[in-house]
Ligand binder design. Sequence first.
Ligand code: GLA
Length: 362
Amino acid sequence: MSRRRAATLHRRAFAAEAECSASAPGRVNLIGEHIDYNGGPVLPIPLPWRTTVAVSRATRFLVISELEPGPRPLDDTGYTAYVGGVVAALSEAGIKVPPSRVAIASDVPAGAGLASSAALTVATARALARLAGARLPREVLVDVAFRAEHDHVGVRCGRMDQVVAVHGRPGRAILYETATGSMRQVPVGASFGLWDTGVRHRLTGGLLDARRAECESALRRLQLRWPELKCLADVGPELLGEALHLLPTELGRRVRHVVSETARTRRAAALLEGRRWGELGALLLDGHRSLQRDYESSCAEADTLVRKAAKDGALGARLTGAGWGGVVLVLEGGTAEGRTRFAWKSPLQAAREGNRPGWRNG
Ligand code: GLA
């Protein structure tokens, strides 16, 4: 468990006990990919894996993570950039954090599309606010974590990951309508595989920013025709045909993904509530095809694993998270006892064994 490891890391690295600690979970997005920054719905589920941050007051900021050889001051690289972002965002929210020692332990794989960065920023904000003697309402916590990553680290993310890290409950998906901020907790009760492609991404300055810029450009063009449009998720299937005529082919494909994924996500929430696993699985496969062809955020390894999962009899599968690598979410089916289970498969296991029975490890 990351909690004990963070306390031990703090003790070993700084020769002092931590004064307090806090944690937050990673997430897997069931469906609604690249929709949070386009004003539509998303359907993420918190994972049973968490990041813990243990902190104590000091004379200057020092950060250590399990994955790095020694403590580092706050700078613009790796983990410390996120911690620095949180300190800056807390200060903007009126909370002055004292210079601190920060130890980070995590069970959330990094760069795998499982929102390890939101788990880190939310856990850090909780721990440092506590150290400063401040209580953060949940809305402020989401905002601080979002600003840390978006404004300070410079990843042009939406708010899905921070919302589920703060509001997520075990075994429940959140249908989060990003335009209105409304949230509905939906019980899951299914068994999933998380098949690792082995491909890792870096989001800063990368393809996520490029896609977001394309979406903004498409929206500006469509607003010339429909000035009342506030976001791409408002386009709706009835306007899609005309929208495609107004846009260059590539931007049209991005919009087609946003429109179809928005519809799939609301439908998926209804199917999840009705425990209609077969139809839900088919939607996940459609969602993957849309990422592959229209949003072009998949990769060859993910496409192979999705094909393999379907061939092996899984109900559905799709690449989850930002994309271009990371993890394929495989829907096995509902569980009789209504529990939600996740089983990790390494790239080698996923490629060799696929969905053979008896592979579960979680
Ligand atoms: C990343 C971002 C999220 C979201 C997903 C894609 O995880 O942090 O806000 O945009 O990509 O759905």
